[in-house]
Design a protein around this ligand. Structure first.
Ligand SMILES: *Cc1c(COP(=O)(O)O)cnc(C)c1O
Length: 224
């Protein structure tokens, strides 16, 4: 695609986000994080030139390589993947704007230790396994609010900003919708939460209708 064609293509994605958010309310603002894990730095640069500023990766090593390659652009980097304990220091060195997948108390405690040692703070979302799938990370919905409050109490260097979830892996739209509603209900219960990160290329309109205010769009943003 030429840049003009790509612009027209992206305008259409933005229009889809826009109509979904207007179905919620005029005041419901949704942020797009472009997930660049299948894309190379030159593709990110093309999208950057069209106006997209926030990008997310799901592997610490990939995030590091691309952050260095695109050093000159003021990109807002997100980390959306699951974090192994032995990669914590590497991630903190890159200091992303937001970590979407804090998925256990145990990881929070480890993160807190490292953050304290480096005298830094870190923005994160609690990942919720709303559809209770074995294949997914995240805390169970029943205990999510409690874990959230425990992290707030025990981990002063972690700034919890809200919740994140991946829609249920199902062909049944109602099952997917219910998983988003479950996550959004938890989000509403936590007064201090400001970010509800849910919705990917295949289900972002439904996620927005269920209250998401941050969508993580990979393939649809890069036309893959
Ligand atoms: C890959 C990924 C996405 C984007 O997936 P698409 O279906 O390509 O939009 C969103 N969130 C997470 C956590 C991912 O790993």
């Amino acid at each position: 695609m030429t840049e003009i064609e790509y612009k027209i293509y992206i305008d259409d994605v933005i229009r889809r986000v826009e109509s979904a958010r207007l179905r919620v309310s005029d005041h419901h603002i949704v942020k797009i994080v472009a997930i660049s894990k299948y894309s190379k730095s030159d593709e990110i640069e093309k999208l950057y030139n069209i106006g997209q500023r926030a990008y997310g990766e799901n592997k610490v090593q990939d995030l590091k390589v691309k952050a260095i390659e695109l050093d000159e652009l003021p990109i807002e980097w997100h980390f959306v993947g699951n974090l192994q304990k032995n990669k914590i220091n590497n991630l903190l060195d890159i200091n992303p704007a937001l970590f979407h997948a804090l998925d256990s108390m145990e990881l929070a405690i480890e993160l807190q230790k490292k953050l304290e040692a480096k005298d830094m703070t870190f923005n994160a979302l609690l990942q919720i396994n709303s559809a209770k799938e074995d294949s997914k990370h995240g805390v169970m919905p029943e205990i999510a609010k409690d874990i959230y409050e425990q992290i707030q109490k025990k981990c002063p260097n972690i700034n919890l900003k809200g919740v994140m979830s991946i829609g249920a892996n199902s062909d049944d739209k109602e099952i997917i919708r219910n998983s988003f509603i479950t996550t959004h209900n938890i989000y509403k219960e936590i007064e201090s939460a400001t970010i509800c990160s849910m919705g990917m290329s295949g289900d972002f309109e439904m996620a927005i209708e269920c209250g998401s205010n941050m969508v993580r769009l990979g393939s649809v943003m890069f036309n893959k």
